[in-house]
Design a protein around this ligand. Structure first.
Ligand SMILES: CC(=O)Nc1cc[nH]c(=O)n1
Length: 105
């Protein structure tokens, strides 16, 4: 059953609302999202809703395949992105890249 909700750390809220962040890299526990799905977005820390997004794609990607394009889609440098993912998931080989866009209504 696909959850119609996703949480982000509060520090990413500004980039999501501005459209600067258009992907999120998750582990297998969050690979259930489907393209075309509308998802409510809340903060991880306080579960405060702050927008809805539409899922554009969910794709499997290896950590070692992360590149400058993915970093730009996360509004980070590539070293920053690798550090953020490692801080969250530890040494992880397989990720799920969830592409999304803001729902304006
Ligand atoms: C709560 C949580 O897992 N947040 C994440 C994880 C990876 N990327 C991201 O943008 N947000």
């Amino acid at each position: 059953m696909s959850s119609n909700k996703i949480t982000f750390f509060q520090r990413f809220e500004k980039d999501i609302l501005s459209g600067a962040k258009t992907i999120t890299l998750r582990d297998a526990s969050e690979s259930h999202y489907k393209a075309g799905q509308r998802v409510a977005v809340s903060t991880y820390e306080t579960d405060r809703w702050f927008c809805d997004v539409l899922i554009d794609a969910v794709e499997c990607i290896k950590f070692d395949e992360l590149n400058q394009i993915h970093a730009e889609q996360e509004n980070m440098t590539l070293p920053e992105l690798r550090s953020v993912i490692t801080d969250i998931y530890g040494e992880i080989e397989t990720l799920w890249m969830i592409s999304f866009h803001l729902v304006r209504t």
